[in-house]
Write a protein that binds this ligand. Structure first.
Ligand SMILES: NC(=O)c1ccc[n+]([C@@H]2O[C@H](COP(=O)([O-])OP(=O)(O)OC[C@H]3O[C@@H](n4cnc5c(N)ncnc54)[C@H](O)[C@@H]3O)[C@@H](O)[C@H]2O)c1
Length: 319
């Protein structure tokens, strides 16, 4: 099997992908800056070589990628929309300029590059196929869309070998508590109300993180053409935020106390993508059940994080 480097492999989806590689007998190199979202705890009991480093650092990337790497999968990013409203520049530095550094390295060292993007690049109110125009609404999705365009430009101009994957909203174990599902579980466990933006009728399409990891690994092995092609990866399970929160309460056997708060500016109403290939996913209720169970059993993982502003403030994007 090929040599893999996983950028951002200490984060939520990246660490699930490293677990998936382990299942397939691969021990990858994980390169991660360990920002607030990256944690070595996420790689506990996982077979890997860890290198601490930042994709904004050209020299560190050069040292990492000059040694005959076959495939680089990039999960390293600033990922929280609220934080992008609060502090957009960090998102350009990592999600655009950091990706540019990786693309420059791929020109030099000729590895295959898997670029992890998001459904948010399409904006809302459409059901996008993988050719649909990009209409990002937030600084986060604008930074992700910019990077996608650079990937395509590098394929066309320099013949870099790359593919772009656009998953929908992921959920599952080890997701930082700033995000809606862990926030709802943890705040409900702590008897705290859960802040819901606007009317809570925004629609999101959820995919279980282990499915995302498995499907990406399958695509690398089976379908990648490395010509800048885009793979939409929806969970094909759309619910409103209020429906989602209610479902979590049912699974926990505890009422979720909802507190409606001022909506996030530019908030997309709905994400919808046509899948690019066929695959099975975990039913939402079953995935949520496993997720709730994980957070119940792993208080040690999330207890140190509940002082974080983006977990504890009702309207954190406002500053
Ligand atoms: N979580 C979702 O619902 C979702 C949905 C679609 C797409 N995505 C995309 O998937 C990827 C992974 O998302 P996630 O939810 O696992 O994110 P995450 O925030 O949990 O993890 C990001 C990881 O990247 C690392 N990182 C951040 N900046 C870095 C830098 N400059 N150099 C090196 N490492 C850096 C962090 O330390 C962390 O380990 C991102 O590209 C994100 O845009 C996420």
């Amino acid at each position: 099997m090929a040599n893999f480097v996983v950028l951002g492999g200490a984060g939520f989806i990246g660490s699930a992908f490293v677990r998936e590689l382990n299942k397939r007998g691969v021990k990858p190199i994980v390169f991660d800056a360990l920002t607030y979202a990256g944690r070595l705890e996420n790689l506990k009991d996982v077979d890997h070589i860890f290198v601490k480093g930042d994709i904004r650092d050209v020299n560190a990337l050069d040292r990492l990628l000059s040694n005959g790497v076959d495939v680089v999968v990039n999960f390293a990013a600033e990922t929280h929309v609220d934080r992008s409203i609060y502090s957009p520049k960090d998102f350009v530095e990592t999600n655009v300029l950091g990706v540019l550094n990786v693309l420059e390295a791929s020109r030099k060292y000729d590895f295959k590059y898997v670029h992890i993007s998001t459904d948010e690049v399409y904006g809302d109110e459409q059901c996008a196929d993988d050719n649909a125009p990009l209409k990002p609404s937030s600084p986060y999705s604008a930074s992700k869309a910019s990077a996608d365009l650079f990937v395509k430009a590098y394929v066309r101009t320099y013949g870099v070998k790359a593919m772009i994957v656009r998953p929908s909203n992921n959920y599952g174990p080890r997701q930082f508590p700033e995000k809606l599902i862990p926030k709802t579980i943890i705040r409900t466990l702590l008897d705290l109300p859960v802040p819901i933006y606007g009317d809570g009728k925004q629609e999101r399409d959820w995919i279980y993180v282990e499915d995302t990891a498995r499907i990406i690994a399958d695509m690398i092995v089976n379908s990648a053409k490395w010509n800048g092609e885009v793979y939409n990866l929806p969970g094909k399970q759309t619910v409103t935020n209020m429906e989602l929160v209610k479902m979590i309460g049912e699974i926990m056997g505890k009422e979720v106390k909802v507190k409606f708060v001022e909506d996030r500016p530019g908030h997309d109403r709905r994400y919808c993508m046509e899948p690019s290939i066929g695959y099975e996913v975990t039913p939402l209720r079953e995935g949520l059940r496993r997720t709730v169970e994980w957070y119940l059993e792993n208080r040690w993982w999330w207890e140190p994080l509940i002082g974080d502003k983006f977990f504890k403030d009702d309207v954190p994007w406002r500053g």
